[in-house]
Write a protein that binds this ligand. Structure first.
Ligand code: CP
Ligand code: NVA
Length: 310
């Protein structure tokens, strides 16, 4: 197994199946330690830049707590602090790396986090871009593993926008050997290059994973073990909200749609949810929903990731 120390996490395509397994095992053991109050601050004396160019509740809170648990000093910054005042990405990164041992960045264009990583001598972790949300999917895979026992061979249906969550689920599912069925309205499909990358990962590592694309949600959810959705209008797409609500008619995850999945299927959503749009109250508040386990697992998955990277 290749060591994760010093490595970037820009997309889940940066990991091998063994890396993913190592993160999930570490997350599980650290979660138990957290519960038993025996957690160890294994990175004492280090510091982290947590930079948020977009809003955040879960990612910000969980990264800040994960840092504190590990003995890392977290410095949370926003658009007024970093990449502001026309300072170049190069100069910003060269300054930051004199202070911190890891940069965690939430931003718009995926090329921004790539440019940061290009210049940085310290590891860079993607805390969401327009195209990928790898840390969320680490938490999601931990959650599924906890509830289902294992990941390989499971069928996951993603219903909605072919966005950053769809992309990261396809890559994570490929590493874990899962079958990912993505249903979107025409024109909102995931990027073809990411579909190809997910298929290439499954083939390269022989994980048995797969991706299928659908336009009928009923087709994607048939017999699924996990049903996932996300907002129809992501951060930065607020002006398109009303048009998107019209375009996504028929894509709400409601009790009728959940009824077509396996009777023990989990319902998942990275949150924030838009109740009455992509999911009904009945489903998100229902017995199959594990959305708050997912939110909690952000903390455990990211603590594991930081401890392995540092
Ligand atoms: N799921 C998630 O990333 O939540 P935040 O946008 O609140 O961080
Ligand atoms: N797709 C959503 C995820 C939020 C955590 C967005 O990018 O806004």
């Amino acid at each position: 197994m290749q060591n994760l120390m010093g490595r970037d996490l820009l997309t889940l395509g940066d990991l091998t199946p063994e890396d993913l397994e190592a993160i999930l095992i570490r997350a599980k053991s650290q979660k138990l330690a957290h519960r038993n109050h025996t957690k160890a601050p294994v990175a004492t004396g280090k510091s982290a830049a947590l930079i948020f160019m977009k809003p955040s509740l879960r990612t910000r809170a969980s990264f800040e707590l994960a840092c504190r648990d590990l003995g890392i000093h977290p410095m949370v910054m926003g658009p007024a602090d970093a990449f502001s005042r026309n300072e170049t990405v190069h100069d910003t990164v060269k300054v930051l790396e004199r202070y911190v041992q890891v940069i965690v960045l939430r931003t718009f264009a995926h090329a921004h986090v790539e440019e940061v990583a290009e210049h940085a001598s310290v590891p860079v972790i993607n805390a969401l871009t327009d195209d990928f949300h790898p840390c969320q999917v680490l938490a999601d895979l931990l959650t599924i593993k906890e509830h289902k026992g294992s990941l390989a061979g499971l069928r996951l249906a993603y219903i909605g926008d072919g966005n950053n969550m769809a992309h990261s689920l396809m890559l994570g599912g490929a590493l874990a050997g899962m079958q990912i069925a993505v249903a979107t309205p025409a024109g909102f499909e995931p990027q073809a290059a990411v579909v190809e990358r997910a298929r290439a990962i499954s083939a390269e590592f022989g994980t048995g994973g797969g991706v299928t694309l659908h336009t009928a949600p009923t087709e994607a959810v048939a017999g699924a073990d996990v049903v996932v959705t996300d907002t129809w209008a992501s951060m930065g797409q607020e002006a398109e909200h009303d048009a998107r609500v019209r375009a996504f008619a028929g894509f709400t995850v409601d009790a009728g749609l959940m009824g077509r999945a396996d009777s023990r299927a989990l319902f998942m959503h990275c949150l924030p949810a838009h109740r009455g749009e992509e999911v009904t109250d009945e489903v998100i508040d229902g017995p199959q929903s594990v959305v708050f386990d997912e939110a909690e697992n952000r903390l455990h998955a990211q603590r594991a990731l930081l401890s392995l990277v540092l």
